[in-house]
Design a protein. Structure first.
Length: 277
């Protein structure tokens, strides 16, 4: 028996456990998708059966009843938040790598310490602050807290990659007459594409699914994102579970697609961005 065959046999129990675990995780999502094509009576009466007639109109009805607006709002908030996090985190990480003084060390400690702060404990002061600034019930009321809470992790991931950039590249850039910003653009930004993709995926996942801030800081139904909007959607469709599940499926599709397309960047970026120095 070859060594590779023996290794495969040894790995078989682990693979079976992982496969079973994946099936358990996928089962609720699969049930939601199948049930979204059913009328309400079948969701209750035949929960594990395929629909007798596939009701594609559930999706059209959900879209027309408000999911379209929630979807657009989520796209706007998620896109702005992700762009701001990537740009600000990359510039902050670059500054922390270049600076070697007490300010840089204290800033790094503050960034690391902020990771342990739960967003829930800041709801009251944040609401008061946003109210004083006058941006309650606006996109900014969601974007600014999201950026603040996603920056620390993004900074640490990107900083770890920047620490690995050879000093010779920066020195060559300076010899070519590049200043600090051009060095950042020409040297540091290109080599961080993997970790930037990782930070983007993590930010998109958090922002798209965030519920509490979107519910408390926004009152207008026209500005609600998908998680908060679907709560009102549920109340309006207390008995039409097929349409409600169609709305939930629409909300889940972008995150599943982003994860499937970016999983290799996510794994590589987290590995490369493990905290160093």
């Amino acid at each position: 028996m070859s060594q590779s065959h023996v290794s495969g046999v040894r790995l078989l129990p682990g693979r079976l456990v992982l496969t079973l675990y994946a099936l358990i995780l996928a089962l609720p999502l699969l049930w939601m998708v199948i049930s979204s094509f059913k009328p309400s009576v079948e969701v209750y009466g035949r929960p594990w059966n395929l629909p007798t007639a596939w009701k594609f109109e559930n999706y059209a009805q959900a879209w027309e009843m408000g999911v379209s607006q929630y979807f657009v709002n989520s796209l706007i908030v998620t896109s702005i938040t992700t762009a701001l996090v990537l740009v600000v985190a990359a510039l902050a990480a670059y500054s922390l790598v270049r600076m070697h003084n007490v300010v840089a060390r204290l800033t790094l400690m503050a960034v690391m310490g902020s990771l342990v702060i739960s967003p829930q404990v800041s709801i009251v002061p944040l609401y008061d602050l946003l109210g004083r600034v006058g941006i309650i019930d606006t996109y900014e009321a969601m974007v600014l807290p999201y950026v603040a809470y996603r920056l620390p992790m993004a900074i640490l991931l990107i900083r770890a990659v920047f620490l690995e950039v050879p000093k010779e590249l920066e020195e060559a850039s300076r010899l070519d007459g590049c200043g600090s910003f051009r060095t950042f653009v020409n040297v540091y930004w290109p080599v961080s594409s993997g970790v930037l993709a990782t930070a983007a995926i993590l930010t998109i996942y958090y922002t798209w699914n965030e519920f509490l801030f979107a519910l408390i800081f926004v009152n207008s139904d026209e500005l609600r994102t998908i998680p908060a909007g679907l709560m009102a959607f549920r109340d309006a469709l207390a008995t039409d579970w097929g349409v409600l599940l169609a709305g939930l499926t629409i909300a889940a599709v972008p995150i599943v697609v982003v994860f499937l397309l970016g999983q290799r960047f996510l794994i590589a970026g987290i590995t490369a961005g493990s905290v160093k120095g």
